[in-house]
Design a protein around this ligand. Structure first.
Ligand code: CTP
Ligand code: MG
Length: 553
């Protein structure tokens, strides 16, 4: 059934549309835009959600005639924005200026006639554009927007062209951060999914959270979603007569059991009726039950949760921290990239440190500077106004939403200094007895014996890094020490044209667990072929085959 639920419409070449030229989206990230317009986190999310509801996702031929395509679509209304991208085929995201255009478009399109198979007749906003007859390729090709991150080689190339570590980290952020188009696509995928879940819960909203919205997302990161059913509870209560009516509802043993049963039905529905949704897994026994699936047309891995409002609040908190000072995002992007290259983080769940934990660790480190670069969470709560009050399941999640109320102290540390001190700070942190607490902005005594204890910002009895084991923590500490040491070496800091320097030098394979840090620079300066030969030799030695040939691995 997969992939068959799409609609298609034919092109009428003679039709002259009322297309007005689209202001093609510029490369301006969400954070920069928000800072300029000083909108609250909620206002930004609402705006994007509303734009997504006015948008469609269209599979189209890669040699598409952009003008004819837009002319055809603009018969249904003015197009605000559009862009093309490739994900196992060409796609277009088209945002109309009004929702009526979507209704008009839907009226004009057909359910495909599927030979040998049968179609599930679900009218989604994922469409297929069919071009009658063969197309001439004389027209200009549309520009396809990149949706994946640069490779490590491309990153190294970019870094080598910069003049300082500060510039390198700024450039790294620009290369990895989510683009305007990628964020639009993420909101559109949530909105398309809402069309499915809306069949069960018409008042529901699917909201992205996590790195899609917290300003630390990297191209290619997963889309974390919440099925938000709060709107259902918001029906007006008529008071006065003493009489009242209630909906009859099915009951579950606990909140968790209800969440599990909702997600299990939604998971099944996404699997059987969701166009483009493949590999659906119901992971309902997790601490936070979820439905995981791939959305093929966007290429996104999606995690749908429900009843998870606290996580949305943590996303808002991280977003706020990311907005307060540009160095926060640069340092987080640098540390996350460094951690990924050294397999400190992983895309597979396990005993690894997560990106979320690393981000909180950077925030904590920046609260410890003298003077502090970031305020404590308690301070953000003190600054909150009455409308910011927020209590979720007994947890006080209040934080100020108006950034202009926050005054920061003068701290002019360079990114180079901060990076160096970040590695020193965590290379020497007393993890055995202290926990990381961004609410107080101070180390606290560890309440339990887990390897790494980072207090959950809002659910204060929880540890966000409970999964991390001693081995992974030791690897992190050893790498921090090695990187701190490297950043003290003059040769690493001097811009060089023939070998990675500055931040790029920290991305080279580590030797912490091997022959020692000092041999690293020497090995790095060798040509790649000889480095690979040495590596192969060392692997052979580990395999016990050539022990007699070489003395050390
Ligand atoms: N979260 C949490 N506690 C955890 C793990 C996650 O509260 N122990 C919340 C955080 O708000 C986090 C979100 O769930 O941002 C999504 O988790 P995850 O996808 O692991 O992290 P991201 O921040 O989205 O980072 P990534 O780019 O690795 O997806
Ligand atoms: Mg995520």
């Amino acid at each position: 059934l997969r992939g068959l639920g799409r609609f298609w419409f034919g092109l009428e070449p003679q039709t002259q549309g009322r297309f007005t030229s689209t202001a093609s989206a510029q490369k301006e990230n969400t954070t920069a835009k928000a800072a300029k317009e000083s909108k609250t986190f909620q206002a930004i999310q609402e705006e994007r959600r509303e734009q997504a509801e006015r948008s469609v996702l269209i599979s189209c031929p890669s040699k598409i005639n952009e003008k004819k395509f837009l002319d055809y679509l603009s018969k249904h209304g003015t197009i605000n924005k559009h862009f093309f991208y490739n994900s196992y085929g060409a796609y277009a995201v088209v945002e109309f200026s009004s929702r009526e255009s979507i209704a008009s478009l839907k009226e004009s399109i057909n359910i495909p006639a599927v030979e040998h198979e049968a179609a599930v007749p679900f009218k989604s906003r994922l469409l297929s554009f069919k071009w009658p007859g063969s197309q001439s390729s004389s027209h200009p090709m549309p520009k396809f927007k990149v949706q994946s991150p640069p490779s490590i080689n491309e990153i190294n190339q970019l870094l080598s062209e910069k003049d300082s570590i500060d510039e390198q980290l700024q450039c790294l952020t620009e290369a990895l951060e989510l683009t305007e188009e990628n964020v639009s696509l993420r909101f559109l995928v949530c909105s398309l999914l809402r069309d499915i879940t809306g069949a069960y819960f018409p008042e529901c909203i699917i909201r992205p959270f996590g790195s899609t919205v917290n300003s630390f997302g990297k191209l290619g990161c997963d889309v974390d979603m919440i099925l938000d059913l709060e709107g259902i509870y918001a029906t007006s209560q008529k008071k006065g007569s003493g009489l009242s009516l209630e909906y009859q509802v099915k009951r579950g043993a606990s909140e968790r059991a209800v969440t599990q049963s909702i997600l299990s039905v939604i998971g099944k529905c996404v699997d059987q009726f969701g166009p483009g949704c493949v590999g659906v897994q119901n992971i309902l026994q997790a601490r936070c039950p979820l439905v995981r699936f791939s959305h093929q047309p966007s290429g996104f891995q999606c995690d749908l949760t429900a009843n998870n409002r606290v996580a949305m609040k943590s996303s808002e908190l991280l977003f706020l921290y990311g907005q307060l000072d540009p160095r926060v995002r640069h340092l987080v992007f640098g540390v996350r990239c460094w951690a990924r290259v050294h397999s400190i983080t992983s895309s597979i769940p396990g005993a690894w440190i997560t990106n979320f934990s690393l981000t909180v660790m950077v925030v904590f480190f920046l609260q410890q500077r003298n003077p502090p670069i970031l305020p404590t969470l308690d301070r953000l709560k003190e600054l909150a106004g009455p409308s910011d009050k927020c209590v979720i399941e007994g947890n006080d999640c209040t934080i100020v939403s108006d950034l202009s109320k926050i005054t920061l102290q003068q701290n002019t540390d360079t990114l180079e200094k901060l990076l160096q001190e970040f590695f020193e700070f965590y290379g020497n942190f007393p993890f055995n007895k202290a926990s990381i607490n961004i609410r107080k902005g101070k180390e606290q005594t560890k309440p339990e014996t887990t390897a790494l204890y980072i207090q959950n910002p809002f659910e204060t009895t929880l540890n966000i890094s409970k999964n991390v084991n001693a081995t992974q923590l030791e690897r992190f500490v050893a790498l921090c020490r090695e990187s701190a040491w490297l950043l003290q070496q003059k040769e690493i800091l001097n811009r060089s044209s023939d070998s990675p320097w500055g931040f790029a030098a920290l991305l080279l394979p580590s030797v912490t667990s091997g022959a020692g840090v000092k041999s690293r620079r020497k090995r790095k300066l060798e040509p790649a072929s000889s480095r690979i030969k040495n590596l192969l030799d060392s692997l052979k030695i580990k395999g016990g085959e050539t022990v007699a040939k070489k003395g050390s691995a």
